[in-house]
Design a protein around this ligand. Structure first.
Ligand SMILES: Cc1cc2nc3c(=O)[nH]c(=O)nc-3n(C[C@H](O)[C@H](O)[C@H](O)COP(=O)(O)OP(=O)(O)OC[C@H]3O[C@@H](n4cnc5c(N)ncnc54)[C@H](O)[C@@H]3O)c2cc1C
Length: 345
């Protein structure tokens, strides 16, 4: 087990105010953790969109996480990774935003390996590309598809991230999650099998008030050169067919069964379409990019337009793959869509 909760108990009830409680938490936390105020979210998302996080909390130790969650037991919060699949609101996020770093961004290949096969315990804050580099350097293959998925391991678990080659669920065995027990008003750490998470295409049963803390992956000793070649070939394909280096969240919509969201948006005549600073890429129509200081509202308007046109032309409802973090972006997108219906655009 890579983690366990500390038994240390702090009585948070004496300070009713969130600001005060977070100050107290920050004073008690280890040096690996820090509380930043009014942190710009544009720096924290691959789309470079968003106002400020009132509280940006980097948590670098398991004891700090357990005390932070206890401190937040009656308030909302969000947990993010690198923001590679997140749209943040223009007016910022008032609830605490948590990012796992330090010892919560490490991994360890278990020493009780079975011949050529091994289990890797990965803390959720690990950056996918760092993990893959480290595993390949020691001859472990099987997880290299993750290197082309920008973000952290926790984000990949929360979304069952994947490529054409593989989804995370193919190599993930179990996860440790911190879950709120609403009846007891406390948090506990649960070890769940991957089956419990009901992972499917870009979906898991992980709720908004759940923190993925760690996971266990299956890897094996194998042909590192062949694995690197596969990754390079996919990278080369992506560079040719996707605006991989521009500000985006990758695919904006999930592919509907048996089809591609990019094809549908392109056929609906929207390639290159722009609203404000947000633009549908001319290279790949499912990549919506921040072309020129876009706002979240610009992005949502473009999403609403794409859904509206695709529904009218193909009778297909596109499901957002991007996550609206810290606000109800879905409700706003639907409102914008209704306005388009009313104007019959
Ligand atoms: C250029 C580009 C290409 C991409 N290509 C792919 C691809 O091929 N395949 C693919 O699947 N995705 C792809 N993506 C999307 C993105 O890389 C993945 O969704 C990735 O898994 C997001 O990880 P993150 O850490 O950045 O998550 P964030 O964007 O930070 O968070 C995403 C969601 O996960 C939740 N979350 C994050 N960490 C935790 C945690 N520890 N506990 C609980 N919830 C958490 C957040 O609350 C949020 O709802 C691409 C993105 C870009 C920019």
């Amino acid at each position: 087990m890579p983690v366990s909760w500390s038994e240390r108990r702090v009585d948070w009830t004496s300070s009713s105010n969130l600001d005060e409680r977070l100050n107290r938490w920050s004073e008690c936390a280890s040096e690996q953790s820090q509380l930043l105020r009014d942190e710009s979210l544009t720096r924290r998302s691959s789309l470079r969109i968003g106002g400020s996080a009132k509280y940006w909390i980097e948590v670098g130790a398991i004891d700090d996480l357990s005390s932070l969650l206890a401190c937040l037991s009656d308030s909302d919060f969000v947990c993010v990774g690198l923001g590679s699949n997140s749209l943040f609101p223009d007016d910022g996020i008032d609830v605490p935003v948590i990012r796992l770093v330090g010892e919560l961004a490490e991994w360890n290949v278990r020493s009780d390996c079975d011949g050529d096969a091994a289990k890797v315990e990965v803390m959720a804050g690990v950056i996918n590309a760092h993990l893959v580099r480290g595993l390949l350097a020691d001859g472990w293959v099987g997880a290299e598809f993750l290197t082309l998925i920008p973000g952290t391991f926790g984000g990949a678990v929360a979304l069952n991230a994947g490529t054409r080659e593989k989804e995370l669920k193919a190599v993930l065995e179990s996860v440790w999650i911190a879950a709120r027990d609403d009846e007891q008003c406390c948090w506990h750490l649960e070890h769940r099998s991957v089956r419990d998470l009901e992972m499917s295409y870009r979906h898991t049963r992980i709720g908004d008030t759940t923190v993925v803390v760690a996971g266990r992956l299956a890897v094996e000793q194998g042909d590192v050169e062949a694995a690197q070649k596969r990754v390079m070939a996919d990278k080369e394909r992506r560079n040719r067919t996707q605006p991989y280096r521009l500000a985006s969240v990758g695919s904006t919509f999930a592919n509907p069964d048996g089809d591609y969201a990019g094809r549908l948006i392109e056929e609906a005549g929207l390639k290159g379409e722009a609203i404000g600073g947000a633009k549908i890429s001319s290279l790949h129509a499912n990549f919506f990019i921040n072309d020129d200081d876009a706002s979240a509202e610009d992005f949502l308007k473009l999403m609403a337009l794409a859904r509206h046109r695709v529904r009218h032309k193909f009778d297909i409802e596109l499901r957002p793959e991007v996550k609206f973090v810290g606000f109800d972006g879905r409700a706003r997108m639907l409102e914008l869509e209704r306005e388009l219906e009313d104007r019959d655009v």
